[in-house]
Design a protein around this ligand. Structure first.
Ligand SMILES: Cc1ncc(C[n+]2csc(CCOP(=O)(O)OP(=O)(O)O)c2C)c(N)n1
Length: 207
C-alpha cells in the first residue's frame, strides 16, 4: 500500500478482469455480486459463474439501485456492486439514496476506466472534467469511500468490506484492456438463477 493519500490521480491503473477474479476468490460463496452494464458484468461472468451473481443488461446505472434493494432485503448477507464510471454518472443520485438508507452490508466497487468502453471508448464527462467520483461519493454522505492504491490495497479494502459495517465504496482506476469474456445474454435465466441463489425462489417450482 502506498504511504501517500490515494487520489483519483495517483491510484494505479489496474486490470478489471484480474481485480474481479481477486474479489471472487476472496469473498467466498455467500455474498451477492451485482455486475453493471458495460464490461463490469462481462468480467464478473468471466471470473466464473456464482449462484449469487446478477448480471445487469440493458440499462445503465441500475447496478447500485439493484444492489441497494438486495442489501435491504437480506441485511445479513454482504452485497458487492460492480458499476462502471459511465453507468454511475447516469444515476449519480443513487449515492445519496444509499447514504440515506445506510445499508451496512453494501459495498460499491466503482470500475473507473474513464470511458464508455463498451460503446467505443468515448471519454466520460467526469474524465474530461477531472471529477473525482470517490470524492463525490464522500460528499454524497458516504464517508467510507476510498480509491485503491494498487492490488494489495484493493485486497485490504475488500477485507474491510467483509469485516466492518458499511456502506463502503472502493474506487478502482482501470487500464483500457478489453474484458475477458462475454456474459450469456438470457435475462429470464439470469433473474431466475439469482432468485434461486438468494433463496427467494425455490428450485423446481414454476413462476
Ligand atoms: C440509459 C442508457 N444509455 C445508453 C446506453 C448504451 N450503453 C450501454 S453500455 C454503455 C457504456 C457503459 O459505460 P461504463 O458504465 O463506464 O462501462 P464500460 O463500458 O466502460 O465498461 C452505453 C453508453 C444504455 N444501455 N442505456
Amino acid at each position: 500500500m502506498s504511504a501517500s493519500v490515494t487520489t483519483a490521480h495517483n491510484a494505479k491503473r489496474m486490470n478489471r478482469a484480474a481485480l474481479v477474479r481477486r474479489l471472487v476468490a476472496r469473498i467466498g460463496e455467500d455474498p451477492a455480486v451485482i455486475g453493471g452494464i458495460g464490461h463490469s458484468n462481462f468480467d464478473l461472468w468471466a471470473a466464473g459463474h456464482r449462484a449469487r451473481n446478477f448480471y445487469m443488461l440493458g440499462s445503465m446505472g441500475l447496478a447500485v439501485p439493484i444492489g441497494l434493494g438486495v442489501a435491504l432485503a437480506q441485511p445479513r448477507r454482504k452485497v458487492f456492486v460492480l458499476e462502471g464510471d459511465g453507468s454511475l454518472l447516469m444515476q449519480l443520485g443513487c449515492l445519496s439514496t444509499v447514504a440515506a438508507q445506510r445499508p451496512a452490508n453494501l459495498a460499491i466497487l466503482l470500475l473507473d476506466n474513464g470511458t464508455y468502453q463498451i460503446t467505443g471508448g468515448q471519454r466520460t464527462p467526469a474524465e474530461l472534467a477531472g471529477t473525482d467520483l470517490v470524492a463525490v461519493a464522500r460528499a454524497a454522505g458516504l464517508p467510507q469511500a476510498a480509491w485503491a492504491a494498487d492490488e494489495a490495497d484493493f485486497d485490504r479494502l475488500v477485507a474491510q468490506c467483509l469485516d466492518t459495517e458499511g456502506p463502503h465504496v472502493i474506487g478502482l482506476k482501470l487500464d483500457d484492456a478489453p474484458p475477458a469474456g462475454q456474459t450469456e445474454r438470457d435475462p429470464a435465466q439470469i433473474r431466475d438463477r439469482f432468485m434461486r441463489g438468494m433463496g427467494a425462489k425455490r428450485s423446481g417450482l414454476p413462476g
